[in-house]
Design a protein around this ligand. Sequence first.
Ligand code: NAD
Length: 389
Amino acid sequence: MKTNFDFLMPSVNFFGPGVIEKIGDRAKMLNMKKPLIVTDAFLEKVENGPVAQTLTSLEAAGVDYVVFNGVEPNPKVRNIQAAKKLYLESGCDSIITVGGGSAHDTGKGTGIILTNGDDITTLAGIETLENPLPPLMAVNTTAGTGSELTRHCVITNEETHLKFVVVSWRNIPLVSFNDPLLMLDVPAKLTAATGMDAFVQAIEPYVSTNRNPITDGQCLQAIKLIEGSLREAVANGHNVEARTAMVEAEMLAGMAFNNADLGYVHAMAHQLGGQYDAPHGVCCALLLPVVEEFNIISDPERFKELAVAMGENVDGLSTRDAAELAIKAMRQMADDVGIPRSIKAIGAKPEDFELMAENALKDGNAFSNPRKATKAQIVELFQKAYDAE
Ligand code: NAD
């Protein structure tokens, strides 16, 4: 547990049904003259969807803009290069991302290569950025990665299939928008995947070596909210209460991991995402029980606390047995929302495990895992996630 720490998040965070209306005025206050809107082709076309509502508000405030709609899931180096080109050709002065983690990371990556050198692959790591990014606001549409709040920018090198992270306080958007009404039409499968990502992002910082008293509270509250709302949000996407609770949870989890960091689930999930281009939340969910089972011996008492937050009855149980209940609850949540059990489902192949294990141990998220693993142990964890039934 850290007792001395800095706590990072955007300076302004709009939350609640309808807050998207405020983005035009905020862009004006930030003196944005021509933001590049970073989004994907699907969201751009949704009638009265997140992009349309953002543009309406900007137009009402008299703010000019240019739309870049080339964001891909697991955003690639080519996406940020294309966005940078349009930014420069169009004379933009700022960036507004509209979408899930992929849009926010593409926007951050574009900002990074505009001001810190053109080759982002050389900037992977922690606090590698010397210069500020252009002004950046993030409109979030999934619950979710927390990327609208974080210092992380996750990009895939399409040539090497390596997913890497640039972690810097300079990446944090100036302003975030989380309007649950923009998420009502997220399909059930995507709600499940993104919700499981938030769940993992509430669990890993709780057991991280970099945790602090503030992030502890955020993690436990996020877990309770997800326990109480994710199943309902998957079953009935138009339940505004469940969607709102999931947004609260994803923001809490985002703030928590932004400051307490993550662990091997994310370090290994990045390998699956990079290698097989699979949805990030699904990769995280598939690895969660296997990795946390491995982590239990680092601090069984913390896992018992997780079990309680997940609604398990631990009365009369030994600490170890109570800790095991947390793993059972993680598996149950994934089952309930329809996540498969084995990484076979995303095309994983055992012959890739050696290289993926090597790269996982170098990932920016590996260092705060509470139990240190050898490469052979990480290979074993991939194998367990492969054999899971
Ligand atoms: P995503 O951004 O890749 O979006 C997935 C799909 O959902 C897209 O096709 C998009 O069009 C669609 N979509 C988004 N919002 C929608 C809406 N409101 N309605 C209907 N469809 C919608 O998914 P994601 O899970 O939010 O982001 C995953 C990416 O974020 C991964 O690359 C992951 O590594 C990264 N990530 C980043 C951080 C960070 O802090 N930077 C943290 C966790 C994950």
